[in-house]
Design a protein around this ligand. Sequence first.
Ligand SMILES: Cc1cc2nc3c(=O)[nH]c(=O)nc-3n(C[C@H](O)[C@H](O)[C@H](O)COP(=O)(O)OP(=O)(O)OC[C@H]3O[C@@H](n4cnc5c(N)ncnc54)[C@H](O)[C@@H]3O)c2cc1C
Length: 486
Amino acid sequence: MADSLEDQSLPQQRVTSEYLPVQNSSQSIWQQEAAELAAWNPTSPIPQEADVVIIGAGYAGVATAYHLLKKIDESGGAQKRLSISIFDARGPCSGATGRNGGHLRPDLYGRIPTHMARSGVAAGSEIAAFEIANLRAIEKVIEEENIDCDLKLARVTDVWCNPEAAQRAKANYDVMVNLNLDYMKDVCFNMGEEAEEISGVKGARACASYTAGQLSAYKFIVSLLKSMVDAGRVDAHSHTPVTEILPAKEGGFLVKTPSGTVFARQVVHASNGYVAGLLPEYSRNIIPCKGVCCHIDVPQGAQRPPSLPGSYINRASDHMLSYLISRDNGSIVVGGKASMLTSRREQWYHNVDDGADIDGAKGFYSDYMQKTYRGWEESQAEITKIWTGVMGYSFDTNPHVGVVPGRPGQFILAGFNGHGMPVIFLAAQGLAALILSDETLTCHDVGVPRLFQTSRARIEVAQQYAEEDGDILGTGRAFSQATHSC
Ligand SMILES: Cc1cc2nc3c(=O)[nH]c(=O)nc-3n(C[C@H](O)[C@H](O)[C@H](O)COP(=O)(O)OP(=O)(O)OC[C@H]3O[C@@H](n4cnc5c(N)ncnc54)[C@H](O)[C@@H]3O)c2cc1C
């Protein structure tokens, strides 16, 4: 049963510039490579009304629309058709989804022991199983919808260079194996000197590999949206920010944009790090934080170094993590480097300017391949593109999914903590089921991990913590909870 806040305690839903996407964002390699899709900017007159208004045309918003339509089709007429309108403040998929690292990595044992310690084995393993199922569901939809988005399944190698961190990783691995979790059979763990040999990462002290994926999330999501718009089943509006939501007298909502007002029966907040703009009660739960990514390649004519077999999570030291995918053409997409960002906090914390670089990032990644991988020393590998993007860091590291407490008819799917790719598709499927239900169901009822359920308690814990300690990432404790891992 969805819980509720006292109505009078709910703040007004009017966005301010600190929560609106900037208009001069940087361009990612994914946007550059898909010029035809990038030129597509759906617009049409603002409808007078819609059954469902979705705010945000990224992975979360588009996947929600997709699952709503799918569920209606599968109901064989039992579920009435809905009019669905999607609004985005910029072009489709111009947020985190269009500028991420392309890594689709289920978390099998990284954060899972922490979840288990906090919430029990069942709750933790539920998340791992959900992320694996998400990978398979994405594979299926891409095949069914015949989407060209460079999906590749390959093994990811997690690497630890710090000897103590390597020991901790091994201890976590042992815990998970001893729980007899079936999916752990896919994980190979190696310690000591063979870790460097196996991973190819200089100084590796432990490594683990398991099945993961990579893709252009930009191509995936824009193609999915385009097919729904072309079929006339979804109405999409680029460059149309939602600026205010008011309750309508007859029930439902007045959703305001600079181009006009829409009457909506239900509203879905899929605006990621910006979500607190229209849902201010989440301002301590979901913080807009910038990440950095770059594309690295060897210059034409230079000898290609050995190609890397799949993807990587490299932990050079504690709080210094880079995620990396190796593409079919041998080029690399890499991002992360949390420790560097901590010292330039104002450039990324509570910052939505994805048009601006973060100082020091370019320098760090300019010789990243040479200093990190065996055999790349003489490669002349160089950055060909660098960009930033805005994530929604979640106070307790978990996404918020469900009916917004105290605001029946409004739903949230946000706060993926920089780890949305292996979560959002099936979370959106669950949210679609909630939207079509009488709103009394919970995440658990619709196949979404119970820790993802948004609730009054989760909102209030973050608010109390902020009052005591200033802000959610201000201390080591909170920071270690909130750093993302892709
Ligand atoms: C640099 C970077 C690298 C990443 N790498 C990875 C990775 O390798 N693997 C992984 O799992 N995750 C990664 N992530 C995280 C992942 O990309 C996100 O979790 C995911 O894309 C979130 O999808 P979303 O739809 O919630 O958000 P978004 O894609 O950001 O979509 C939200 C949309 O809402 C729109 N919007 C905001 N406010 C309004 C408004 N008021 N009105 C209308 N529209 C609005 C925005 O313009 C935006 O298009 C990365 C993120 C970044 C930034």
